[in-house]
Design a protein around this ligand. Structure first.
Ligand code: EPU
Length: 339
């Protein structure tokens, strides 16, 4: 029998925002999904919480909060060229990646140390250091809470793009990701295109003989240096997406800032580094009440202690307005607001 409890969610979100749920349901196995469907029908709205690493929670959450905590990792299928690995939604993403590298299932090592769960990873199509989840994605099983049935979905169904997917756009609480499968190549090649990896001494020295473990270790080291550990300083990773602009906007910025950081996109547009824009605007390390901008990566907003959603959002709004005024670029929030 599933038990609904009321629950303080402060330790269930990596920003550490003070939040309280009137109704929380924790599922240990997918067998409980039909029962969940019956219970959810009695609530006006449902919110699916993963590792809480990409959310801004308001103080009082009226939705039924659902956490699928089922665990398990195994081989789904093997071919001559690939291993397809299946993981349950409740697995901790970083531990899953570490386990894959240990077993020689390579291809996810650039995504080491991203906070959150396996089930949440496809929602925002997590990406870092030259690899995005969709490049390694095979398929997933999602539970449709409205129709009360499991659905198999391939990459096309998931509609992945930069920090976005079908699930991020869908009505909140309709879909619950149950299992995710990854297609990992036997003939593995390291992805070392990202500047931070190219500069890393161990990888530069290893050259063509670089191992997945070395990439994994390097990514962990770089992230630990730049990004705050949520267990020490509350944060939700990048708070804004890197904005994509046309040549006209880029040219205008370049006039005043010839050194603007820019990544040309295949479609002729230009991705700018939001962290660079925020840093140039002088926000790095600044505080507004208990909310602040991280002092080593301006794209990360942090909770110095006791912050609420309102504190974080006031800071985000001030940054957004300042960046727009200076550069003519509107920053889009990355974490999902709940409540
Ligand atoms: N930069 C600054 N000042 C800053 C921050 C960055 O000048 O305060 C400059 C850097 O020097 C660099 C450029 O901006 O030239 C990009 O910075 P970085 O390589 O740190 O990456 P990012 O664009 O800020 C993105 C992802 C991260 C991911 C890294 C590495 C987004 C929104 N963020 O950050 O993802 O780890 O690349 O691939 O795409 C996340 O999504 O939560 C996240 C941490």
């Amino acid at each position: 029998m599933l038990q609904i409890t009321d629950q303080d969610l402060t330790s269930f979100n990596t920003l550490g925002l003070q939040a309280h749920a009137r109704a929380l349901l924790r599922l240990q196995t997918p067998d409980q999904l039909p029962e969940l469907t019956r219970l959810a029908a009695r609530h006006a709205s449902v919110f699916v919480l993963g590792g809480g690493s990409n959310v801004v929670l308001v103080p009082n959450i009226d939705s039924l909060v659902v956490k699928l905590e089922s665990r398990g990792v195994g081989i789904y299928e093997q071919t001559d060229s690939h291993v397809i690995v299946e993981a349950h939604a409740g697995e901790v993403w970083h531990d899953f990646v570490a386990g894959c590298v240990e077993r020689g299932w390579n291809g996810l090592e650039n995504l080491a140390l991203i906070p959150g769960t396996v089930g949440a990873a496809p929602v925002q199509n997590i990406g870092a250091y030259g690899v995005e989840l969709d490049q390694r994605f095979h398929s997933l099983v999602a539970w449709d809470l409205r129709k009360g049935r499991a659905v198999e979905m391939g990459a096309a169904d998931c509609g992945f793009s930069y920090r976005n997917s079908f699930f991020k756009q869908a009505k909140p609480g309709r879909w619950l990701i149950v299992k995710v499968r990854f297609c990992l190549p036997r003939q593995w090649q390291p992805v070392l295109s990202y500047p931070d990896l190219q500069r890393h001494p161990v990888l530069a020295q290893a050259g063509a003989s670089t191992t997945a473990q070395q990439v994994f270790d390097a990514v962990c080291e770089i992230r630990r240096h730049k990004l705050p550990d949520p267990a020490v300083l509350g944060n939700a990773g990048s708070f804004f997406k890197n904005p994509v602009v046309g040549a006209d906007v880029l040219d205008a910025i370049r006039q005043a800032h010839p050194n603007v950081v820019v990544y040309p996109q295949p479609d002729g547009l230009y991705k700018l580094a939001a962290g660079w824009l925020i840093d140039q605007a002088g926000w790095k390390g600044r505080r507004m009440g208990p909310a602040g901008v991280h002092d080593r990566q301006a794209l990360v907003l942090v909770n110095h202690g006791g912050a609420t959603a309102q504190d974080i959002e006031s800071l985000a709004q001030a940054i957004r307005e300042d960046v727009e005024r200076r550069f003519g670029v509107r920053l889009e929030q990355e974490p999902v607001r709940v409540g």
